[in-house]
Design a protein around this ligand. Structure first.
Ligand code: PLP
Length: 443
């Protein structure tokens, strides 16, 4: 179907449209009536499926009460204040303060601004660089895209902007990053050693923060090896560098716990959220910081000038009402514990693909996973380009499963948290068929 649309993150030269017209639980339907199990929750986000009646009702009720109100200069409203307090009570950040926006990208842009403002307020304006990892994904607005470490988000856009001071360190992916004969522990020591060298070289007094997705998404669902975060955190602490956990994908029950930081044993200073905060029904994001960081900015604000950062839709009341209802459902239905159980089942079923001739690595935690396809199973040699990954994702689609090719030739899965074990079986069956089709394609 032709349209005037400029499609996001798309090859303009080969746009293949899939016109989704309706959703029901974890299933979506195209304009031909074909059913797909949405194994990616859209873009890692629709945790409660695609037509949750309570979320629809929450949006409708809020629109009927007041459809829009803003929060500049202290204007406020109940759903916004309630959501900030609820989120603050849930996150493992002391006396957390919450800033709201509409997307994961803007949440990370806000973190950059909060860092700058905070360090200016405490008299350390030179502490401003941010360490991000190779292959990380933190969004695509100009600021967030500088943090992102994937070439397609920077090449052709003249990014990163030098002045932003983004430093790059290793991706913690043992399977892809290990050197000959290196054990996991040696790999961790080497890459944390590289991080230590980077900090030493740049000077800790110039570095504000380290940002990481506890478990990555778009870069191929990387679960760092045991010990990695302990060593990274010790190093950061030693050097007075803050830890920003980008929980845009991993937040709210995705990885087998409430947050990715819980799964990975991280004590963050700042956290970014979006996606599952509202089950993606309405765009909303949150940038969370330690309470004492906020307190330190209060007095100096009269000297520094107003914190000049805010969006028209910061704390949009409809988004806040839907997010509040989403968090209520998570709690009431014991959703994180249930998803942990279903997630363990997903991980164990996916391990059945480990012996498949095309599969190099099966990895994940809870309800997020990736199956990496390789040209040579023995050596782990990767496919030269993304064609095989795209073929495999299309084959999944043919069989009625939506997956997504990430990091070249890995097939990602991130099904809604409400997915049942029977539906996990359906995912595995459909993906198995697609892997066999892909094997025939590459031969
Ligand atoms: N951070 C992470 C970890 C993400 O996965 C994403 C999006 O996938 C973003 C940030 C950006 O979020 P958005 O697309 O809502 O701007």
């Amino acid at each position: 179907m032709m349209s005037q649309m400029i499609y996001p993150t798309t090859n303009f030269a080969s746009v293949e449209t899939l016109n989704i017209v309706r959703g029901d639980g974890v299933y979506v339907y195209d304009n031909q009536g074909k059913q797909y199990l949405e194994g990616m929750s859209g873009l890692w986000c629709a945790s409660l499926g695609f037509n949750n009646a309570e979320l629809i009702e929450a949006a409708k009720n809020q629109m009927e009460t007041i459809a829009y109100a803003h929060m500049f200069g202290g204007k406020t409203h109940e759903p916004g204040m309630k959501l900030a307090d609820k989120l603050s009570s849930m996150v493992p950040v002391d006396n957390a303060r919450v800033f709201m926006g509409s997307s994961g990208s803007d949440a990370n842009d806000t973190q950059i601004k909060l860092l700058r403002y905070y360090f200016a307020a405490i008299g350390k304006p030179e502490k401003r660089k941010i360490i991000a990892r190779e292959r990380s994904y933190h969004g695509v607005t100009v600021g967030a895209a500088c943090l992102t470490g994937l070439p397609i988000n920077q090449t052709n856009f003249d990014l990163p902007i030098e002045a932003l001071g983004v430093l790059r360190t290793d991706a913690p992916h043992y399977y892809r990053g290990k050197k000959d004969g290196e054990t996991e522990a040696q790999f961790v020591d080497r890459i944390v050693g590289n991080l230590a060298d980077l900090i030493e070289r740049e000077g800790a007094h110039t570095i504000a923060a380290f940002i990481a997705e506890p478990i990555t998404g778009a870069s191929g669902v990387i679960v760092p090896p045991v010990g990695y975060y302990d060593k990274v955190q010790a190093l950061l602490k030693q050097n007075d560098i803050l830890f920003i956990a980008d929980e845009v994908i991993t937040g709210f029950g995705r990885t087998g716990n409430d947050f990715g930081v819980t799964t990975m044993g991280i004590k963050p200073d700042m956290m970014s959220f979006a996606k599952q905060l509202s089950s993606a029904y309405v765009p909303i994001s949150a940038s969370v910081i330690r309470g004492d960081m906020y307190d330190a900015m209060v007095e100096p604000c009269s000297k520094l000038g107003v914190f000049g950062h805010g969006y028209t839709y910061s704390g949009h009341p409809v988004a806040c009402a839907v997010a509040l209802k989403t968090l209520e459902i998570y709690e009431r239905d014991n959703m994180f514990a249930k998803a942990a159980e279903t997630g363990a089942y997903l991980q164990s079923r996916l391990q059945e693909f480990a012996d498949h001739p095309l599969v190099g690595e099966v990895r994940g935690a809870g309800m997020i996973a990736a199956v990496e396809l390789v040209a040579n199973k023995e050596t782990g040699e990767a496919f030269k380009d993304g064609k095989v990954g795209y073929f495999a994702a299309n084959a999944c689609q043919e069989h009625g499963l939506i997956s997504r090719p990430v990091a070249g030739s890995s097939l990602a899965l991130c099904p809604p948290l409400i997915t049942t074990k029977a539906q996990i079986d359906e995912i595995v069956e459909k993906m198995g068929k697609a892997l066999n089709d892909t094997l025939a394609f590459v031969k």
